[in-house]
Design a binder for this molecule. Sequence first.
Ligand code: 13P
Ligand code: 13P
Ligand code: MG
Ligand code: MG
Length: 371
Amino acid sequence: MTKITFSLIKADVGGFPGHSSVHPDLIRTAESHLEQVRKSGALIDFRVMSCGDDLELLMTHINGCDNGEIHAIAWECFEQATETAKKLKLYGAGQDLLSDAFSGNIRGMGPGVAEMEFNERVSEPIVAFMMDKTEPGAFNLPIFRMFADPFNTAGLVIDPACHQGFVFEIWDIMAHKKVFMKCPEEMYDVLALIGAKSKYVIKRVYPKSGGKLPEEEAVAVISTEKLFQTAGTYVGKDDPAGLVRSQSGLPALGEVLEPFALSHLVSGWMRGSHNGPLMPCSFETAHPTRFDGPPRVIAAGFQLAFGQLVGPVDLFKDIAFDLARQRALQITEYMRAHGPFEPHRLPMEDMEYTTLPHVMKKLSDRFVPTE
Ligand code: 13P
Ligand code: 13P
Ligand code: MG
Ligand code: MG
């Protein structure tokens, strides 16, 4: 059977207003482009979505990951949406397109990419997570809890198909290196790395060999592009996206969503320079306006049917996440009260990639030795 590839490629090509949301005309521009492409046969199906000011292209096809044709389609889509954004004078039009010309692979050019190629199972539930005002490391805690924490995922304890655990592919995004580690065997070492979420990020999760699912097919993937490293200066945060497959040997849908009830602290809020709670929210409320935040995550649930996207279902719209939102709002009050002080403001090392060094420059000659 032909393998299906699910590609989620996203970029901020202009905010409306400021950095708060995507203008409907950008969505229409992207949809009409992708519809033409789908008719030509290059895509099986697509959805255009948004989280905050990020335009999210969800596409299914049979070309595999890192495919030049698919990446070119996404790039063209973002270029056309940028044209629309320029006409409307939207904020930061073309913000994430760091290059003028497409060179065969969209990675390293600004947009975020999460892609998985797999044999579609008898039933294939899949969740697309999209975040705004945060960084790829924001996924570390929830992905760890889904695939390695028995207090979150009952299946790790009581389902023989999950019981052996999973393999984590972890990237050092500063040194551009990766390591594969097994859970539960190496759980403490995994945590030693991924707790430092601005350096080590979970890129993919795989099943172990000898289980129900093929060990070479990823079951979760996160976009890990670091915009500031590509751009060399602050041009907005690399708001991440991720894909997680579920059920039948994988965490159940509810186990995939459960970690987001914490509203854990992540960085990226206001000028990419502040920590705040990651608030799970509905599609309609994913428009961060309070101090450009707090950071948001939405979850779009699909069933795949021969590559067709059946959905989305707005999974965090459930009232069962209301308390998580309430808690996020309480944390928001508390964190905001710290104003320009750490740990609301990011530590100095992380501020190197913001506009702060320009402010600090004029103070440099005023420093004299201490006694
Ligand atoms: P599956 O093993 O079919 O995924 O069922 C588990 C489940 O959904 C329990 O909530
Ligand atoms: P975005 O990365 O979502 O564009 O936000 C940038 C920002 O500085 C918000 O305050
Ligand atoms: Mg923006
Ligand atoms: Mg954004």
